[in-house]
Design a protein around this ligand. Structure first.
Ligand SMILES: Cc1ncc(C[n+]2csc(CCOP(=O)(O)OP(=O)(O)O)c2C)c(N)n1
Ligand SMILES: [Mg+2]
Length: 747
């Protein structure tokens, strides 16, 4: 017995077609008559669906041949799942679709409905990672279409359910707000996934969010389709698990069909789509499928299944069932179906051989092009008309009020200003609405803009970030809030794997612009634990393409928030905005009552240049540059004064941006003073950017002779009470390190 099942599966179909006796005269009818009575499926449409299904199968087989020849790279296919073509056919071509990797026939069926599409060639370009692949540009084998609302999905199972929910939820909200959306307000969102994937926390988050919305009578037209083949690679899903778990799930309307029965699937799919579209409520559609030819080309099924089982599955091949339906009813003659098979197979082979000759990505720059940051000169913040601002600010503009204010106060004003200027901007998260956020940073927004644009979410960070992605793709500019830095970690994949990667894997064709505000860092008095007092941003720093802003001063926070809004809105960027909780309410810098950590409100047309730092107290003859940001800036400025009292002159460079880092400023000030002390409030080992900064300076020939050093927090969680100070960088540590550097001699 062969452990590779491609040829067995293909031969079974070929022989079935060859041996089929043809039409039963009693079942023959005209093309527009129903092929299965009561199904709504005509013969014509059944043939059309079969073509999509067959093409999908032949593509899968070709993908394996390409891999065997060393010309292709990806072999997870749709074999056995092809009835999902029904949804591709029935939905509108701009009903957004977030797809399971086995929804290949869905894509083909949808592409057939649109003019000017070349689905076959596109798939082959994708298999061979050609730079001409019209979705990812050769960056990944993805199911997707830049013209037909199929944003590419990569391989993290279940990661797309929260954004599918988010798109549907936002679409309905945009309609109520009178906002123009990226697709019509009557569109529904399609989202498919496997049966094993349902177990994933991220899948549960998406399903739960949609169900909760429905139970709160909030429209959420999302059609979840579980393509249930009973397996997750080698692990069996308990029989009837999906039906038992979802047939009665409150908030989700359940539909089911056996994918081998084209008529029944068509009927149930049409009903489910109609329900979802008209009622604007979420649906869970259970599509029973089989998996043929293993999980992927590399999966040897015989290591975990008997031949009898494998062959039993192969007998359930939906193509056999659908071919039988078409032949029995005379929708196609045996000769026509064989010709169709031969023609399609030849076309697939021609397209594959052409695709292998098309160019690949040739340079690192070409690969990375979609990650490019916007030109700092093109980041003008949007400004609302004066009248509208006056109304929002109660008759007095914040820049006309010269009382200095603290960080949380200025951030709330900056958010308000942006909301006036950007009608599609939404603010959401836990407790952000009436309460105004746990730190009052969203104070007053709910009262000014109402619950349509400022709203509480359910308590789940995955949902919040999924909602942000979906809402962004629907045409909003989301400003989600994450309550604490540590809470981003339990949903990090939504940033790392999904939001930040979308422009890359779609070659810039799709974007999910957003500004994620995250309250974070340590130095909070009276709080312990790694959650409220988290001092690491390491997990965020290596995510390609992300913009990470981290202001310390109220004026910088306002200016940088505007830059982020422009980078997101005009360039589709995902921006993280890390706010130091410990400085939210801080008013003084050196002494109680000095009020030096308060600022005026920068005029609304001003913004901070992306990736540029800000230097404090620089003068000729400085002996040292302290480089820091956030709480570290606050401490460094205090250290600067203490050092000055000892006759040691240090300037302080606030990085402001952790990505992109302000390299020009870093290098200029390093050269100017000959000594660099990076004050990194994060943990020593990979917590913050200091090691990276020092490594880059150390190997820069222009930095010859510049002394380099850093101070960091300890590699520990942060404890409660005064013991926290033992772990975190203190002013004295900075002063001591600076003194030691200067005492060590000239550069
Ligand atoms: C988060 C995550 N964990 C593990 C994997 C590895 N993996 C890829 S597919 C798969 C099985 C998925 O099974 P199911 O959801 O039933 O889909 P099927 O392949 O059967 O269609 C696993 C474990 C992954 N891609 N993503
Ligand atoms: Mg499965």
């Amino acid at each position: 017995m062969s452990i590779r099942r491609e040829s067995a599966v293909e031969q079974r179909l070929v022989q079935f077609l060859a041996r089929h006796p043809g039409a039963d005269p009693a079942a023959v009818g005209p093309p527009d008559a129903e092929i299965v009575p009561g199904s709504g499926l005509t013969r014509r449409v059944a043939v059309c669906l079969f073509e999509s299904m067959l093409q999908s199968r032949l593509q899968d087989l070709e993908a394996r041949r390409l891999k065997d020849r060393g010309a292709g790279y990806y072999t997870i296919g749709s074999a056995g799942h092809e009835t999902n073509a029904v949804f591709g056919y029935l939905l509108h071509t701009d009903d957004p679709a977030f797809l399971h990797y086995r929804s290949g026939a869905f894509v083909i069926a949808r592409q057939r409905k649109a003019h000017g599409e070349t689905p076959l060639f596109d798939a082959m370009l994708s298999f061979v990672a050609s730079a001409e692949d019209p979705v990812s540009g050769g960056r990944h084998k993805v199911l997707g279409s830049s013209t037909l609302w199929i944003p590419p999905q990569t391989s993290t199972i279940a990661s797309h359910l929260p954004k599918a929910f988010g798109f549907a939820y936002a679409l309905a909200r945009m309609e109520r707000l009178g906002l123009r959306a990226a697709v019509g307000h009557d569109r529904i969102v399609y989202c498919s996934f496997g049966d094993a994937s349902v177990n994933h926390a991220t899948a549960q988050a998406g399903l739960n969010a949609a169900a909760t919305a429905a139970l709160q009578n909030q429209p959420c037209p999302v059609l979840f389709v579980c393509e249930d083949n009973g397996l997750g690679i080698s692990v069996r899903t308990p029989p009837d698990f999906i039906a038992n778990a979802y047939a009665q799930r409150a908030g989700l309307r359940y539909f089911a069909a056996d994918g081998r029965d084209l008529g029944a699937t068509f009927k149930a799919a049409a009903e489910a789509i109609d329900y979802c579209r008209r009622r604007r409520r979420p649906v869970f559609f259970h599509l029973r499928t089989v998996r043929l030819m293993g999980h992927a080309g590399t999966d040897v099924e015989t290591t975990y299944a008997s031949l009898a089982e494998i062959e039993a599955r192969e007998r359930l091949d939906p193509l056999l069932q659908v071919a039988d339906l078409l032949l029995r009813t005379g929708a196609l003659t045996p000769a026509a179906i064989r010709a169709l098979y031969d023609d399609l197979r030849a076309r697939v082979e021609r397209a594959a051989s052409e695709a292998t000759r098309r160019p690949k990505l040739q340079s690192a720059a070409a690969v990375m092009a979609p990650l490019a940051l916007p030109d700092a000169r093109h980041l003008s913040p949007p400004v609302a008309p004066r009248e509208a601002r006056l109304r929002a600010f109660g008759g007095r503009l914040p820049e006309d009020d010269d009382r200095p204010r603290h960080l949380a106060f200025r951030l709330a004003q900056a958010l308000k200003d942006l909301m006036v200027a950007i009608p599609e901007m939404l603010v959401f998260g836990e407790d952000v609405a009436r309460k105004g956020g746990v730190y009052h940073v969203t104070d007053g927004l709910f009262a000014t803009f109402g619950g349509g644009r400022v709203f509480n979410t359910i308590l789940d960070e995955t949902t919040i970030l999924g909602l942000a992605q979906g809402a962004a793709q629907a045409g909003c500019l989301p400003f989600p809030e994450i309550q604490y830095l540590a809470y981003v970690h339990n949903a990090l994949d939504q940033i790392r794997g999904e939001a930040a990667s979308l422009q890359f894997f779609s070659a810039g064709r799709y974007a999910n612009p957003m500004v994620v505000r995250i309250a974070g860092y340590a130095y909070q008095k009276g709080f312990g634990g790694h959650f409220h007092n988290d001092d690491s941003v390491g997990a965020l720093l290596d995510i390609p393409g992300l913009i990470i802003a981290s202001p310390a001063r109220p004026d910088d926070a306002v200016l940088m928030l505007r830059t982020c809004a422009a980078a997101a809105r005009n360039h589709g960027k995902v921006c993280l905005f890390l706010e130091p909780i410990a400085l939210y309410m801080t008013k003084d810098l050196y002494e109680k009552g000095d009020g030096l950590w308060q600022c005026g409100y920068p005029p609304p047309e001003e913004a901070a240049p992306l990736g540029r730092g800000r230097v404090h107290g620089a003068s000729d003859g400085d002996q040292l540059t302290l480089i820091s940001w956030a709480n570290g800036l606050y401490l460094s400025l205090q250290a600067q004064r203490a050092l000055a009292a000892q006759g040691l002159r240090a300037r302080v460079l606030d990085l402001r941006w952790l990505a992109p880092l302000p390299w020009d400023d870093i290098r200029a000030h390093a050269r100017a003073t000959g000594r660099v002390l990076v004050v990194d409030e994060c943990r020593a080992t990979h917590g913050g950017p200091s090691a990276h900064i020092l490594a880059a300076l150390a190997q820069d020939p222009k930095m010859e002779g510049v002394r380099l050093r850093r101070v960091t927090a300890k590699d520990s969680y942060v404890p409660l009470g005064p013991a926290a100070d033992l772990m975190l960088v203190q002013v004295d540590d900075i002063v001591a390190a600076a003194q030691a550097m200067v005492e060590a001699g000239a550069r």
